[in-house]
Design a protein around this ligand. Structure first.
Ligand code: SF4
Length: 244
C-alpha cells in the first residue's frame, strides 16, 4: 500500500488524477456550453472563490485560487434587524448579468437539500451566502436572482443541471433561463428570509444559554469522529422508543 504522500508523487496515480480532472473539467465545460445554448443566458461568472474572513495572499489571487475581491475581514451580518453574526467562508461562484443582477452558486458533487429543507433552516449555506454578498460586499438585495446549488458531477460523471435547486426569486428567474417549479414570489421570498433568520436567532439563543443538546438535522455520517461523545445514539434510541 502506498502512503498518501508517496501516492501523490507516483506517476501512475498522477496520470489517473490528471485524467479525472480533465474529465471533470470537460463535463463542466460541456454543461456550461449546453446551458448557455439552451437558455441564452448571457451572464458570466463575476467571482470565483470569493472569500471573506480568511487570509488573502497575493499568490492565491494571482494563481486564481482566490477571487481578487476577497476580503480578509469577516462579514458581520445583521439578521432580523438585531442579531449580529460574524462569518468567514468562501463562495464558489457568483454570476452577474449586464444590469448587475446576480446569482450565487455553490458547487456540489452529491445530493443537495431541497427548498423545503432550506426554508426550514436545516441548510443555511445558500441564504447566508446571499446575505454575506449583500451586507459584506455592498450588493443591492433587489438585484438578487437567487442562490442555488450547481451539481458538478462526481468522478467522470457529467455535471447535472440542478441549478433549479435553491432559492430563486420568481420574477427574476428568466434572467438565468430557469423556470423552476419552486421559485418564490416576493411574499414567499420575504417570509422565507424572515423564517430562516428567526430560526438562526433561536438556535443562537439556545447556544447562549448553554443548550447544546444533540439534535442532528440530517442522518449523521457513520464516520463522524464525535459520535461517541455527542450521545447521538441515545438520542436516536429515545426517538425510537417515543420517549423524546
Ligand atoms: S454524530 Fe453527533 S457530532 Fe456527529 S454529526 Fe451526528 S450529532 Fe453531530
Amino acid at each position: 500500500m502506498l502512503r498518501d504522500e508517496e501516492r501523490e508523487r507516483d506517476p501512475f496515480y498522477l496520470m489517473i488524477d490528471k485524467f479525472r480532472i480533465k474529465q471533470k473539467l470537460l463535463s463542466i465545460w460541456k454543461h456550461e456550453k449546453e446551458w448557455r445554448r439552451k437558455t441564452g443566458f448571457y451572464a458570466a461568472p463575476a467571482h470565483l472563490e470569493l472569500s471573506f474572513g480568511l487570509p488573502v495572499c497575493k499568490e492565491d489571487v494571482e494563481t486564481g485560487r482566490l477571487d481578487p475581491a476577497s476580503r480578509p475581514e469577516p462579514v458581520t451580518l445583521v439578521l432580523g434587524g438585531k442579531r449580529k453574526v460574524r462569518l468567514q467562508g468562501k463562495m464558489d461562484r457568483i454570476d452577474r448579468d449586464e444590469e448587475g443582477y446576480y446569482a450565487i452558486y455553490d458547487y456540489k458533487t452529491g445530493t443537495v437539500p431541497t427548498i423545503e429543507q432550506i426554508g426550514q433552516g436545516r441548510s443555511l449555506q445558500l441564504p447566508l451566502y446571499l446575505w454575506v454578498y449583500q451586507q459584506g460586499f455592498g450588493q443591492d438585495p433587489a438585484l438578487a436572482i437567487g442562490s442555488a446549488y450547481y451539481v458538478k458531477g462526481n468522478g467522470g460523471n457529467a455535471a447535472a443541471n440542478q441549478r433549479n435547486k435553491g432559492l430563486w426569486r420568481k420574477e427574476e428567474t428568466g434572467r438565468v433561463g430557469l423556470n423552476p417549479r419552486k421559485s418564490l414570489d416576493p411574499d414567499d421570498w420575504r417570509k422565507t428570509e424572515e423564517n430562516i433568520q428567526r430560526l438562526i436567532d433561536q438556535s443562537l439563543s439556545k447556544a447562549e444559554q448553554g443548550d447544546f443538546a444533540v439534535s442532528p438535522t440530517w442522518d449523521c455520517p457513520r464516520f463522524c469522529p464525535a459520535r461517541h461523545i455527542c450521545r447521538v445514539d441515545a438520542w436516536i434510541l429515545s426517538k425510537k422508543r417515543g420517549t423524546r
